[in-house]
Design a protein around this ligand. Sequence first.
Ligand SMILES: CC(C)(COP(=O)(O)OP(=O)(O)OC[C@H]1O[C@@H](n2cnc3c(N)ncnc32)[C@H](O)[C@@H]1OP(=O)(O)O)[C@@H](O)C(=O)NCCC(=O)NCCS
Length: 197
Amino acid sequence: MTPKDVPNPAAGLVVRRAEPGEVEAVLDPVVKLAKASATAACWSREALYPYVATGEAGGVLQAKAIFLACANPSAGGAAAVAGDRPLGMVDGMVGFAAFSTIMTVGAGESTLENMAVAGPWQKQGIGGRLLSAGLLWCRAQAAARVFLEVRESNRAAIALYERAGFSVVGNRPGYYREPLEDGLQMRKVLGLVARSG
Ligand SMILES: CC(C)(COP(=O)(O)OP(=O)(O)OC[C@H]1O[C@@H](n2cnc3c(N)ncnc32)[C@H](O)[C@@H]1OP(=O)(O)O)[C@@H](O)C(=O)NCCC(=O)NCCS
């Protein structure tokens, strides 16, 4: 059975934040997915580590978080999909999105640092769900804006970001390598909320 054989397989997926206690379980699958995605940033375990291992900033200048799309074993359809283990991923992890927030006096500023959904699972709303979860976290960090960079040829990602309310605010000539390509900087302005805790 392939993911496409299961009716609406993405419906049983859970999108959640990775917790510090699961560093070892999370790092390798995320590195593998990032490497398999030609247009995602190719991160090492060391680069990823602070996104999983650190909690909220608590007075520190920068907070990081990574959100995962995982098969939910208690959901019928997803359990069948999880048994398939597409791309050899542990625990049915089929997508991630990593964010950071710089805390400043007043409002903070967030960045979508990296994001990918495994090929067979794309165009089923998973990227949108990961983005929504991350944007909620950015709001909770009292970020006023969220920035990202994207290859100018990456139509799928640009469409996803525009749909989520991002707009192009700048160009980054020669920002990407292998292949060399210009980047677009995109920004979403968030409604400010009071930082809790
Ligand atoms: C970009 C990416 C994360 C999108 O994930 P996804 O799960 O396919 O996205 P969704 O299914 O949530 O799509 C949401 C919206 O994005 C747009 N979109 C997604 N894939 C698209 C495609 N191939 N072509 C056009 N629009 C697309 C659509 O507007 C879509 O809304 P719709 O389904 O109502 O039409 C995925 O394509 C991916 O992993 N790409 C490789 C890695 C990458 O480029 N990462 C971003 C680096 S900046």
